[in-house]
Design a protein around this ligand. Structure first.
Ligand SMILES: *Cc1c(COP(=O)(O)O)cnc(C)c1O
Length: 445
């Protein structure tokens, strides 16, 4: 068999040039600090102003959202999640891993985002709304200044029913897009990878969404979805690997988080750095949020991505600079993990190029540890999360425990201010997991 070459080098050569790849291939947990952190963006694919436009669009839709999803009435139709302090989990992690986590630990509960119970309620729902708005405006049925509650009517539902929306997903993106599309009246098709959980497929079918299942992984489901959608002119394909709209929907989290921190009296500045730990699949969710956070906090926020040891696609894309030209399968990994939202073998090239220089680092975590952290969060805070969503808890542990983490703190002159810092673990999903399945996760931990 001919040896596979990636940009004229064999995998062995790549490994010898970038030793972290060998560690990754050996399925060891790694902590990688990004040597290109803080460099200039090249090329600039999106501007910070684009986030404001997305935030304004979500405000236009808020009255409609409040009406059709009563659980958002409390926040006037703004889909947002709580930010809470978790001191007992912090003490527990310190004891368990014999490490001092300097500063305070907080949890961003996207697990409890209304409508679809995961981080995908940001990007996924945003892109569906944007598409609906564009269609309605083009048809002369809607103006930006209208009260958008008019969308909740037979007239609009029958208008949207002429159009369809499709997406490829490991589960949660399909849930968000399926639920939102069905509510507006669109025909929706979700192409699900083999790792998607049965309950997610069933829930979508109940809502009238067409679910197509694949034996293969996420990249294949996306490819098939993209191909099939391309054959229908009235079908909009939501492309998790390339979509700027999805990305901007996630990015709105930056200003929202700033507001929450303000309300809690937390100031982020050079003396009070903010560290954020985000579970990463293809990169859109954590990448968009990083983009939004950097706009708000600049060099005072430090974003780390967490990936399963079997699926560290973003880490290898960044470490080599190859972005989506390398997959975890190229390193001999199987891309199998119980962290279904993170079971992605090839990262988004668009996201990698857009935020690569903003990323502080990546680390990997074993599935077994995910279950153990899942149980810890339940026992030490009564917080129930899905396996992917707990990956962030390991971030502060590794930052303070690993030599590469210590180096990062030193290099960025954070040692003496770490005491005053804040660590936000981004909990990306879990509130919609059925009780019996959550119980099984807990027992496994
Ligand atoms: C999708 C997902 C992520 C990661 O988002 P990407 O855009 O795929 O990087 C993290 N956690 C959960 C629970 C998810 O569903």
């Amino acid at each position: 068999m001919a040896t596979k070459l990636i940009q004229e080098k064999t995998i062995e050569q790549w490994k010898s040039d970038y030793p972290v790849l060998q560690e990754v291939a050996d399925i060891n947990e790694v902590f990688w600090a990004n040597p290109h952190y803080g460099e200039k963006a090249n090329p600039i694919l999106l501007k910070a102003e684009n986030i404001t436009e997305a935030a304004e669009r979500l405000v236009r839709f808020a009255p409609y959202i409040a009406e059709v999803f009563p659980e958002t009435a409390e926040t006037n139709g703004i889909i947002e999640s709580p930010l809470i302090k978790i001191p007992s989990m912090q003490r527990h992690l310190e004891k368990k891993y014999e490490v001092e986590i300097k500063g305070s630990l907080l949890l961003k509960c996207d697990s409890h985002l209304p409508i679809s119970g995961s981080i995908k309620a940001r990007g996924g729902i945003y892109e569906v709304l944007k598409h609906a708005e564009e269609l309605a405006i083009q048809a002369g049925m809607l103006a930006y200044t209208d009260d958008y509650t008019i969308l909740d009517s037979d007239t609009f539902k029958s208008f949207f029913s002429q159009y369809s929306i499709a997406v490829g997903s490991t589960g949660n993106l399909g849930l968000s897009i399926g639920i939102m599309s069905a509510q507006l009246g669109f025909k929706a098709t979700v192409h699900m990878s083999a790792d998607a959980k049965t309950w997610k497929k069933e829930l979508l079918r109940e809502k009238g969404v067409t679910v197509i299942e694949y034996e293969s992984d996420y990249s294949k489901a996306v490819e098939e979805g993209r191909k099939q959608a391309g054959e229908y002119p009235n079908c909009h394909f939501i492309d998790d690997e390339n979509s700027k709209d999805l990305f901007l929907g996630y990015a709105v989290a930056g200003s929202r988080l700033k507001q929450q921190l303000d309300e809690m009296g937390i100031i982020v500045d050079a003396e009070h750095p903010l560290f954020v730990y985000l579970p990463c699949g293809v990169g859109g969710g954590p990448g968009g949020i990083t983009f939004g956070l950097k706009k708000e906090f600049g060099e005072n926020v430090h974003c780390f991505f967490a990936e399963p040891t079997h699926s560290p696609c973003f880490l290898i894309g960044q470490a080599t600079g190859l972005q989506d030209q390398i997959s975890v399968q190229d390193l001999g990994l199987d891309n199998r993990t119980d962290a279904d939202g993170l079971a992605v073998g090839r990262a988004s090239g668009f996201v990698g190029k857009t935020i690569g220089h903003m990323l502080s680092g990546c680390y990997t975590i074993e599935d077994e540890r995910l279950y153990s952290l899942l149980r810890d969060a339940a026992d030490n805070g009564n917080i129930f999360l899905e396996p992917s969503a707990v990956a962030g808890f390991y971030g502060p542990v590794q930052l303070f425990r690993q030599p590469a983490g210590q180096d990062y703190l030193q290099k960025n002159k954070l040692q003496h201010v770490a005491e005053n810092g804040y660590h936000i673990v981004w909990a990306t999903g879990g509130s919609m997991v059925p009780k019996d399945i959550m119980e099984a996760y807990y027992q496994k931990g």
